[in-house]
Design a protein around this ligand. Structure first.
Ligand SMILES: NC(=O)c1ccc[n+]([C@@H]2O[C@H](COP(=O)([O-])OP(=O)(O)OC[C@H]3O[C@@H](n4cnc5c(N)ncnc54)[C@H](OP(=O)(O)O)[C@@H]3O)[C@@H](O)[C@H]2O)c1
Length: 436
């Protein structure tokens, strides 16, 4: 019988422990699929004494993931430590320097150092597999890197953060305010103690950066992503969206435009009958618009030990069978320099909510400011009377829906409206995403 494929796993947390458990529990089926037995021979984590529900007998223990990657007798290195620097970065470099294939679920690492690591992999005749790094268990990387490689991509977009989608879904369905939803998400383990990374849109941006490179064959440029989180979304916005035929989702979008590639993460109104609007709770979904196939949508679990290990296992089996595709689908030296489309040039419809002092001329002045900036309005509706500003002045909530216009025009118009002194508070604006 052939010698087993020897796996080294750095990180035995949620994903790493699931992976180690599954490799042992399903070894017969994986042997069949690889054509050789597979076993975990070396592991690393911080605390050796922690019970992880994994039998570590017969596995070599390393306190330092870099030592494991540099010295263990392994055929494949799996990085499940997390973080963009330190042990994750150094251990992946050490493994690649030995020519070992690397499997990782680490979006932060690849969003910051992906191209540099892909070049190192290529130099050493190796590759990096990262199916679990974007949208957890959903096989979007393989789909884009392999199944769609006959196509040109014009847009890749989706719901890439389960925490935000869980919160927006509950706000809509149960009318629970943002802060209460966040507290629930933290209690249930869907949100970290410091939720900034998720609700600020940064986690989705890391994933989007990888999908952009795969979709458009360009370098990764995290800094170019426009990022706006969900913390300013209110129940009023969600209700108004519903009445207007939309649902609010945190969308991550990369699209080719005339001025370059637009990358953005922000709350967006999506048509209530669109497929993305049906994606509820912690579920993730990614859609790709292509020239030959049209549009496809993949939806499923974006996180969780076994769901993420499912994606890692797919990579492990590919790597064990000898697959050595370039990390981002093409020779990393040929990844095109990123050509950024400015957010101010973004074109689309806009939802604008204004809290307006209820006085003669206010509406006419707002309409004039929109017209001055060539913004045509699909609707202008006074939704309700407000509570006033506390100084005896009545206010009214006014909602404008624009036809397609530019971000620059909307910002200019709203600045002018604010300067005119008709508003009780800052204007609110949510972009509308045109979807089928
Ligand atoms: N969890 C998910 O659902 C999910 C989904 C998609 C992608 N991912 C990605 O998968 C990776 C792992 O996530 P996770 O949720 O499994 O993380 P986790 O539960 O926090 O586990 C991290 C593991 O790394 C170990 N570790 C951390 N720093 C170390 C160091 N300096 N030296 C040695 N070991 C160290 C920890 O050791 P101790 O256990 O001893 O503390 C722990 O076993 C991350 O890149 C994450 O973004 C996770």
């Amino acid at each position: 019988m052939d010698r087993p494929i020897r796996l080294g796993i750095a990180g035995l947390g949620t994903v790493g422990a699931s992976l180690a458990r599954l490799v042992a529990a399903k070894k017969d089926i994986y042997e069949l699929r690889i054509g050789r037995p597979i076993e975990v021979v070396a592991v690393s984590a911080r605390d050796r004494t922690k019970d992880r529900g994994v039998d570590l007998a017969g596995m070599q223990w390393f306190d330092d993931p870099v030592d494991l990657a540099a010295k263990a007798e392994i055929d494949l290195f799996v990085e499940l430590v997390g973080g963009s620097e330190g042990a994750a970065l150094e251990s992946v470099k050490a493994a690649l320097n030995r020519g070992l294939p690397v499997v990782t679920a680490n979006k932060a690492l690849l969003a910051h150092h992906g191209v540099q690591l892909a070049k190192l992999a290529q130099k050493r005749g190796s590759t990096i597999f990262f199916e679990a790094a974007a949208a957890g268990g959903i096989p979007i990387i393989k789909t884009m890197r392999e199944a769609l490689r006959g196509n040109g991509v014009s847009r890749v977009y989706g719901i890439l953060n389960g925490t935000c989608n869980y919160m927006l879904t509950r706000m809509e369905k149960e009318g629970i305010a943002f802060a209460d939803c966040l507290a629930d998400a933290q209690r249930l383990g869907y949100a970290e103690a410091d939720p900034t990374f998720d609700i600020g849109g940064f986690d989705a941006a890391h994933k989007l950066a990888l999908l952009t490179s795969l979709g458009f064959g360009c370098e990764i440029d995290l800094e170019s992503i426009f990022i706006e989180g969900i913390s300013s979304i209110t129940i009023d916005d969600i209700k108004a969206a519903g009445e207007l035929g939309y649902r609010i989702k945190l969308l991550a979008v990369a699209q080719r435009t005339e001025s370059g590639i637009e990358q953005r993460v922000h709350p967006a109104m999506v048509p209530i009958h669109s497929a993305l609007a049906q994606v509820d709770g912690v579920t993730n979904a990614v859609a790709v618009d292509t020239d030959l196939l049209g549009s496809i949508l993949l939806a499923g679990p974006g996180a969780g030990g076994d769901a993420t290990a499912s994606a890692v296992l797919s990579d492990v089996i590919d790597a064990a069978r000898g697959s050595r595709l370039p990390t981002f689908g093409v020779d990393p030296a040929k990844l095109a320099p990123y050509r950024k489309a400015k957010m101010r040039a973004h074109e689309g419809g806009y939802y604008i909510r204004l809290s307006v002092f209820d006085r003669v001329g206010a509406f006419a002045s707002i309409a004039r400011r929109m017209a001055d900036n060539a913004i045509s309005l699909e609707s202008i509706v006074q939704r309700q009377r407000g509570d006033g500003d506390g100084n005896g002045r009545d206010t009214a909530s006014v909602i404008l829906i624009t036809h397609e216009t530019t971000e620059a025009a909307v910002r200019k118009a709203l600045d002018a409206v604010s300067r005119d002194g008709h508003l009780e508070s800052e204007p609110r604006m949510i972009r509308i995403e045109a979807l089928d």
